[in-house]
Design a protein around this ligand. Structure first.
Ligand SMILES: [Zn+2]
Length: 244
């Protein structure tokens, strides 16, 4: 029970259990990540529109004040025109009034455009708000699904993670390195010999090798066909061992 090969077999079984729990999530973590990005983007688009609308409103308010001032200036100049002493002064005031009217007309046109823009923006903002709401509800739903699975697994996963940590401490570092290297290619890095065959790839193992494996439990033997670590048939890891 204290041999290195037993510990590796145990580690492999613990990892199997952890993998299984991870699989229960399916594509949910990926889905959750994507919905979150979509949610952030939708919020950003809405904020941008709201900013433009606010700038637009500020511009319109300023334009109204400016138009009023221009109108007042024009009225004042019109009155002055009656009091001029010569043609030169009259022409000068006429020119000034023309300039004011030009400015007034340009600004009025801009203000009308702003009004149309505001209407369009308001409609767009309503749509964007709806979109944010929909994506948010998708996000909450996926999150809840995720949390439900997490909560269901929580106790088991905690025990498995602890058991894994404790087991790792008792395994030779070189063996762990080898185990991890194999695990990069296949999820079950250590497998039991079953009916004289590797239970990972089902290829048969020479009897001589089986004897060696059985006799030296402090050594790693790997399957010649698939490269997985092999452990003797009589090492059977039960749930009570996996969960500690
Ligand atoms: Zn094999």
């Amino acid at each position: 029970m204290n041999s290195q090969i037993y510990k590796l077999a145990l580690l492999s079984k613990i990892d199997d259990e952890l993998d299984e729990r991870k699989e229960e999530f399916g594509d949910l973590p990926e889905k959750l990540k994507n919905i979150k990005i979509k949610f952030e983007e939708a919020k950003k688009r809405l904020e941008e529109s709201e900013q433009i609308l606010s700038d637009n409103k500020k511009f319109a308010a300023n334009a109204k004040v400016k138009l009023k001032a221009l109108k007042e200036k024009e009225d004042k100049l019109s009155k002055q025109q009656f009091l001029v002493r010569n043609n030169k002064e009259f022409d000068a005031i006429t020119k000034e009034i023309e300039n004011i009217r030009d400015e007034y007309s340009k600004l009025s046109t801009e203000l009308r455009t702003t009004g149309i823009k505001e209407e369009n923006l308001t409609a767009k903002i309503d749509e964007q708000k709806e979109e944010v709401k929909n994506v948010e509800s998708d996000y909450e739903e996926a999150k809840e699904e995720f949390n439900t699975i997490t909560n269901d697994q929580d106790e088991d996963v905690k025990r498995l993670v602890k058991r894994r940590k404790d087991t790792l401490k008792k395994i030779n570092k070189e063996f762990i390195k080898e185990y991890n290297r194999i695990r990069d290619h296949t999820h079950d890095a250590a497998v039991r010999i079953k009916r004289n065959s590797c239970s990972g790839c089902f290829s048969s193992i020479p009897p001589q090798k089986i004897v060696e494996i059985r006799n030296d439990l402090e050594m790693i033997f790997t399957c010649e066909n698939c490269g997985r670590i092999l452990y003797p048939e009589d090492i059977v890891i039960g749930d009570d061992e996996i969960f500690g």
